[in-house]
Design a protein around this ligand. Sequence first.
Ligand code: S3P
Length: 747
Amino acid sequence: MSRSVSAWQGEPILDRLAVVGLGLIGGSFAKGLREKGLFREIVGFDLDASSRAMAVCLGVVDRCTETLEDACRGADVIQLAVPILAMEQVLASLAKLDLNGAVITDVGSAKGNVVRCATRVFGEMPARFIPGHPIAGSEQSGVEAAKSTLFQRHKVILTPLLSADRSALALIDQLWRTLGAEVEHMDVEHHDEVLAATSHLPHLLAFGLVDSLARRHENLEIFRYAAGGFRDFTRIAGSDPVMWHDIFQANRDAVLSVLDAFRSDLDVLRAAVDTRDGHRLLGVFTRARVAREHFSKILARRAYVDVMHSKDLIFLANHGGSLSGQIRVPGDKSISHRSIMLGSLAEGVTEVEGFLEGEDALATIQAFRDMGVVIEGPNQGRVIVYGVGLNGLKPPPGPIYLGNSGTSMRLLAGLLSAQPFDTVLTGDASLSKRPMNRVAKPLREMGARIETGEDGKPPLKIKGGQRLLAMHYRMPMASAQVKSCLLLAGLYASGETSVTEPAPTRDHTERMLRGFGYPVRVDGRTAAISSGHTLRSTRIEVPADISSAAFFLVAASIAEGSDLLIEHVGINPTRTGVIDILKLMGADIELLNEREVGGEPVADLRVRSAKLKGIDIPEDLVPLAIDEFPVLFVAAACAEGRTVLRGAEELRVKESDRIQVMADGLQILGVKANPTSDGIVIEGGSIGGGEVWSCGDHRIAMSFSVAALRASAPIRIHDCANVATSFPNFLALANQAGMRVSEETHS
Ligand code: S3P
């Protein structure tokens, strides 16, 4: 008999599977494997004769035996799908048999208990016993509900001991995978704690609440008034009482510890209700809501399956089209981040309107929630931040995860270097490749203690309780993130912290600090701040993001017959390089209704199609258009003549290497695009259709969507999920304006 299941080609390669306990789970396991034909025969046993008969009749097993011993003797694999409290007795029967190397496994939902039983019965945990727990079920029970697909895309947790036989583990692992399950390995204690928290405690509460209400209202009259909330919360009180009675006995210790922790949190909530502490209630509710929304997203991606390698989101951009009408793109990303940071550190309540509800800005909100700040929203761009003052942040419960957001990580690094507690900052695969020494180095010079990962990449480990000393820093690169990071550290450093930049970069931090009543001295290219003042809450109206508007500025310029109005766009002079560059190329862009909101200039931008020409991009405009180059390269590809960009090496360390990734994509579309160390040379001409890769970079995904307007055939763009980091409604708005780009649906 061969056990190489992974090389299995369809013929039975194992002799016999014995399934003991023919309920929903055991029956589904047997039925699924029977359909796969991996075993020569599948034999079932159940104490209940009618379940045995039904299992044969429904084709769940090949045959049933009258005794446990008959089923298991000579089996290759024995699956124990019996009630947890029956396990010891079943194992005791098995211990009397010569199992001849059979691999034993089980499906119990508490693993410590199973291991303890097996150890008692066998004298030690048998090396070929691999405990398991499929996290799947259904409202129905019994073998008649058995479904061969029950475990598909559900998690199965195996909890082998260190002494487990590796080949036995590999076999059980593979059997579950054959059924389409996602298998994970965990140690026994961890499994029991996780399940106590996520499954056992909620069941205890549901049973307990329904009983408590029912006992006090014996005629059950009260339930006539209960609505959806009650129904949803207590649905699981309809579960099998005997099974749950077993589970609470089997997982007693882990349940008690999570129950005690919950009771103390409940006491805090009770006190908050008692003392009318609305702030605390709001804190708990807003944090819970976010956590629950996160969970809903996981659920939406199919129950219990953590999509490790999330599906490639493909944009299909049809060629041609023109843009017209009036649109408003989402709020400015840089300003949105800063509104949360300064709002959190302010005294009082800050109201934000026009907030960008993209993943990057949401990561900043979550970071501050993790540090105890109560933040309501975002709700249609409205956020309310209950500031805790400069010294009011609390230690986060664990590492702060910042997703794709470089701005969050770099700015937070400055702020967190001065806190009394330690923090760890982590991010997704793209953020984990981005350089952090640019902030770590000057912060260390101020007295911060920061460790980075390899080569100065994330994660950042920041030691709390350091006294920062102000310093003057001459930035080697033009970076608003570095400048802002140091100014935020300067809020806490003794003395005046000043930063001189080699070229002007976005000044939203300086403007917003002043908006919060905090003095900032700006002298030419130097911005300076001293500690000792306070931030006072304010109202912030976030203008639409010029970096998002840029896609439409280029789109309407290159698509013949376009006339588009983009409303309420931030035109801070440190951000308008894209307009200047496009105008130099011959674009027809008008700034209408210029005004100032909350310290930031805004305007409506009217853009009409125009014949573009290639230019040498003035180097002083590079930092002022730093995020807009991917789409400017598309403009260059449509222009007449050559466009040359120099002095833009920073583009190589953005969400992707934007010079290389854009050059690769443009070349695929037949454009002559030659990358250089600090820029690119693009010969304008025609654009073909084809298949390009954004490499997870939101701005590149959107830029190639724009390119399709002038392409001779559709463009398929891979890896577009990160568009949600900065422009969650891009597809809707693009189509509204006249582009024809959509998400490709997979089967
Ligand atoms: C940002 C600054 C820029 C920009 C980024 C946002 C900010 O980065 O590319 O998207 O909000 O400060 P650098 O400062 O690294 O150039």
